[in-house]
Design a protein around this ligand. Structure first.
Ligand code: DC
Length: 222
């Protein structure tokens, strides 16, 4: 059977991971969240006191990190030096660490093979920032998933509050704007829509409608 690859890119809080995960389940593809890899590198640097303003220190630490993506009952888990860090990488301080390590070219190069291997062995929906532009430039389907910043911040804020966090909406919006800026202004693989990607704006859509939109785009292009 021919393998299909779907690249979904977009800014933070566009709902990429939840929408992509649900779409993958419906289409019977595996789902790969590439942000988890950058988060795991960020976690390692954070734990080991690496200076986040020093790209060469970040690059040097790569030699001590072995990352693996394992599929457990079809769900992606991320292992760092054999430890399952899938939960810890979601902490807000690790979001900032991931954003700090992700512009470093050596980090991006080190993670490229892992991501491409998955698409070579599975039909996959892969989400990130540079999947359609760098990781899988020949993906069968490319989608740029986005929404207005205030709406993305509100969704993220609701999620964090539901988990018991006492952040304010302004803090979340500020963090999101900073991460958007970092992601789209870095020199290596900045967040940008691939020329051949379909733009999908979910500002006015609920979750179900967003999943349907993504599945329809995939079916049309397959
Ligand atoms: O999608 P996320 O919030 O889990 O991503 C964490 C960080 O990693 C974010 O700052 C952007 C970066 N990232 C990236 O540079 N390239 C990717 N393909 C995925 C994530």
């Amino acid at each position: 059977m021919r393998l299909i690859s779907v690249a979904i890119d977009g800014p933070v809080g566009a709902g990429k991971s939840t929408i992509a995960r649900a779409a993958a389940e419906r289409m019977n593809f595996i789902y790969c969240d590439t942000g988890a890899l950058y988060r795991a590198v960020g976690l390692f640097c954070h734990r080991n006191g690496v200076d986040m303003h020093d790209p060469s220190e970040i690059a040097m630490s790569l030699g001590n990190i072995k990352l693996e993506i394992r599929l457990i009952n079809g769900v992606q888990r991320i292992f760092m030096n054999s430890e399952d860090v899938s939960e810890e990488i979601r902490l807000p301080k690790i979001s900032m660490a991931a954003s700090a390590v992700s512009p470093v070219p050596e980090v991006r190069a080190a993670l490229l093979g892992l991501q491409r291997d998955i698409a070579e062995t599975h039909s996959v929906i892969m989400d990130g920032r540079d999947i359609g532009t760098v990781v899988l430039p020949n993906a069968d389907v490319k989608i740029f998933l986005t929404a207005k910043p205030e709406i993305r911040a509100k969704r993220r804020y609701d999620e964090l509050v539901a988990k018991g966090s006492d952040v304010t909406f302004e803090e979340v919006l500020d963090d999101l704007n900073k991460r958007d800026y970092n992601d789209s202004h870095r020199g290596t693989a900045p967040l940008k829509q691939a020329a051949d990607a379909v733009r999908a704006d979910t500002s006015e859509l609920d979750f179900e409608q967003s999943v349907e939109l993504v599945c329809n785009i995939i079916k049309e292009r397959m």
